[in-house]
Write a protein that binds this ligand. Structure first.
Ligand SMILES: [Zn+2]
Length: 113
């Protein structure tokens, strides 16, 4: 769905950074990916291979580090990691949870030549 737009923004970031630092080739793009972001990593790499052709980032490998979902319970103040298929507080069972981490999606760093 929105993977192509996301991939385009990753490529834009890589190209901009490469231009600023006079980089010849981007070998690797490290990305942080929240479990709750809804992004499918396989699609991103596929799109990236296609749209990076002829750019400084052609053939770069995307390394995704997954960030687990962290929630805080509004009722009992429990905080911790949660399975995205069971969104309820393990301590009190309520579902009034606040997302602390898990929706992230950003480029952390580039590995370049
Ligand atoms: Zn609770």
């Amino acid at each position: 769905m929105h993977e192509l737009a996301i991939t385009q923004s990753i490529l834009d970031i890589a190209r901009k950074a490469a231009a600023e630092h006079n980089v010849k080739r981007v070998r690797e793009v490290r990305i942080k990916l929240g479990e709750y972001s809804g992004v499918v990593p396989q699609c991103i790499q596929y799109y990236f291979d296609v749209i990076s052709k002829g750019t400084v980032a052609e053939g770069a490998e995307l390394k995704m580090e997954r960030l687990p979902i962290l929630m805080r319970c509004e009722q009992c103040a429990w905080e911790g990691q949660i399975d995205k298929h069971h969104i309820s507080c393990p301590a009190c069972g309520c579902t009034r949870l606040k997302l602390l981490q898990g929706r992230e999606f950003y480029v952390e760093s580039l590995e370049v030549d």
